[in-house]
Design a protein. Structure first.
Length: 205
């Protein structure tokens, strides 16, 4: 089961569709195109943390934790401001967000303006889901792991082909991230998000 399926089962994509006035099919198509970029940004954040995934878990809490997931699922219209804060953290530039949306538009056939509105909502769902996996806030969504760092590592490994990384040690963490990176790295250079950054002209190399 991929992340789009998990978010759909949890009601996340239904909530996104409601907020944006689109069909659930359109929300799923947009999510399929946008989620790899979001997860690529999360991977980069994990690599940038001195404690790896443990540091990422703390960062997820600072960004709003599991409450972000619940905000999107709330029947009230979702305030995207915290989602934009997440995007600012993982992408570092509105130019990158625009490029991600434009690239997703070419893949999905959806309007890039709509996808720009969808990005912060998906960022909130992903951040909240991962925070719940890490035991950062509240109870994890049904069907998720046991919580804690091991839950987060296992979640990443299971979602992105890293296998059963059952232990929270550095090897398990990097194994999960390695599987994610292999899925997201478009040009095979070992760096997932740089493919997106390069399109926006933000890579210093």
């Amino acid at each position: 089961m991929n992340l789009t399926d998990i978010l759909a089962q949890a009601g996340g994509l239904q909530s996104v569709a409601r907020d944006l006035g689109i069909s659930e099919e359109q929300a799923a198509s947009g999510a399929e195109a946008l989620l790899p970029a979001i997860m690529g940004g999360m991977k980069k954040q994990a690599q940038a943390q001195p404690a790896g995934l443990a540091g990422l878990g703390g960062l997820l809490g600072q960004l709003g934790g599991g409450g972000l997931f619940d905000q999107v699922l709330s029947p009230q219209p979702t305030d995207p401001s915290q989602g934009n804060a997440v995007l600012g953290q993982i992408f570092g530039s509105k130019d990158v967000s625009r490029t991600v949306a434009d690239n997703a538009a070419s893949q999905s056939g959806l309007d890039s303006g709509l996808l720009r509105k969808m990005l912060p909502l998906l960022a909130m769902l992903v951040t909240g889901y991962m925070a719940k996996q890490a035991g950062g806030a509240g109870q994890a969504p049904e069907g998720s792991g046991s919580g804690g760092l091991g839950g987060l590592v296992g979640s990443l490994g299971g979602l992105f082909g890293g296998g059963g990384a059952g232990t929270p040690g550095a090897g398990g963490a990097m194994g999960a991230l390695g599987g994610l990176g292999a899925m997201l790295d478009a040009n095979g250079d070992g760096n997932a998000l740089d493919d997106i950054l390069r399109m926006a002209g933000k890579t210093s190399r």
